[in-house]
Design a protein. Sequence first.
Length: 206
Amino acid sequence: MSISSTDFQNEFVVDNAALDTLFLEARTANTFSAEEVTDEQLRAIYELTKMGPTSMNIQPMRITWVRSGEARERLVKHMAEGNQAKTAAAPVAAVLSFDTEWHEGFPTFFPHAADRKAMFDGNEELRTVMGNNNAHMQAAYFIMAVRSVGLAAGPMGAFDAAGIDAEFHSGTSQRTFMVVNIGKPGENAWFDRLPRYDFDAVTTTV
């Protein structure tokens, strides 16, 4: 897929290779090769992800990297049947969760107004809504960061979240909301790209 110079090419400040890597040629991978994903790549993914904006800089998303065979088995059993094989095959699966106690970090992430923590003490409902919303924004940054290091991402939402939390987040305030397989794409990794809405179908100018 490409955007021609007669469309909007002149509006972009990144080059065509970056557009292809991040958006135009990037696809959700459904199979993965056995090529290793390095610790350095995972750190690079996080270093990019953390720079995306969140409300009051709260950064509620947490990442559990699932690498080992034993941990993989514990994860796969909680995935929907259609997601089990790809999760078992991916070199790394990232369990994305949000911390419902994110407000405890105000002195770290909002040091100029750390006293705002008091606004959220005792209000778990508000913390959960804000944590969930902002973590989903961070998940989008995360997927783009995975693509930025030359890997494919396979985000999934069909799983037993409570089961995953019991396996990996017991005794914590983390709640799973997404699992993302990460690696180099394998054979027949892509389904046909499905249609996207046109600009006029989904935007309104007032």
